[in-house]
Design a protein around this ligand. Sequence first.
Ligand SMILES: Nc1ncnc2c1ncn2[C@@H]1O[C@H](COP(=O)(O)OP(=O)(O)OP(=O)(O)O)[C@@H](O)[C@H]1O
Ligand SMILES: [Mg+2]
Length: 398
Amino acid sequence: MEISVNNINGLATLKIIGRLDTYAASKIAGQITQELEECGEIRQLVCDLEELDYISSSGLRIMLGLAKKYKNNFSIIEANPTVYQVFETTGFVKLMKIEKALRRLSVEECQEIGKGGVGVVYRLDDDTIIKVFREGTTMQELKNEINMAKEAFVMGMPTAISFDIVRVGNQYGLVYELLNAETLSACLKRNPERLEELAKLYAGLFRQLHSIEVPQGSSIPSVLENEIKAINHIGRYFDQESLDILMEIVKSIPKGNRLLHCDLQSKNAMLQGDELMLIDMGEVGYGHPLTDLGHSYSAMVTLLGDYASIIGLPQELAVKLWHRMIHHYFEGASEEEITHRIHQIEVVSCVRAFSWLSLSDSFPEEVIRMCQDAFKERVADRKDYIKQICSTFGDWEM
Ligand SMILES: Nc1ncnc2c1ncn2[C@@H]1O[C@H](COP(=O)(O)OP(=O)(O)OP(=O)(O)O)[C@@H](O)[C@H]1O
Ligand SMILES: [Mg+2]
């Protein structure tokens, strides 16, 4: 029986290793109190039970004591199935935050089937895949992606079933249903003659998504609030007057309660039979469809960076796909109306075109410079035009 305490800036971890039986608990209780007192100020205490094999009622009383002392700032993680069952049968799971141990998986023998900005995807078996997130991704980001995938699924969106969060070495992974499908990009690349048919499916997917109203009180976040946070985060790269323009764009978008994917480019849609399905749900939110279409424009039409690898298509073909998609999205509208909508979408896309810089604080100098040059051309030098287009957003009724 061993314990260790590690306190980093007030975030303390108490690790308990071995068997917490009655005898061990009576010996160790005092030691735990003492080490916690001596490790400095504690803002949050996480009790890591990864290597705890057994817990007795005396052990449970230690947990209860900690939960009483640290209240909401106390949690238990990595409880193995036997230990977790004890917490469950005693009702402890209702008294404190307790998380089960994550499954450990290895991808050594697995075939790589896809790659994106945040992770690498492997085939686990005939039914499931695992998306392994790059190192440094937080548990919160994974929980967000898996929760959004589940929420969107129950709201009726065609997307892969999401299973659990797992550990792969020191990285996290998410297990999903294997879609027997290829990405919209891959399909169009192989069959450029299917452009019109695929653009229609792509538009249908957007329309289906945008027809779903997110009920009040749902855990799906507001895209508007996320965009405002992102703009504040990139403040140090651009002058204030131009940033104000980005804020004005975001705030001019009419309020909405529709389900938005926010990264629906052609590598995040997969064709299964003749049905197009969504993947990559980490940025799902609610708002006005204009925002979602703006995000897709900034990926498919004006993306900066390694276009062919991020979108998986030659730019010329992807731009055609997007434009045919938008014609189907606004089916029945006149050519003039559609052109007007595209102008609005292009202006909205200026936000996403730069707000993605908020995703990391360590982009290389040249990436930042490339964005600053593009920012001048697309935002700083077009302020009056942008303001004029923003003043028309109100004419877009859902
Ligand atoms: N459920 C699935 N079934 C089959 N293939 C999948 C599945 N999910 C993802 N893939 C493949 O893996 C690729 C990357 O997945 P995903 O888009 O989720 O990763 P990402 O790193 O978040 O991407 P992005 O760069 O768009 O952020 C997809 O383009 C697709 O080819
Ligand atoms: Mg993706």
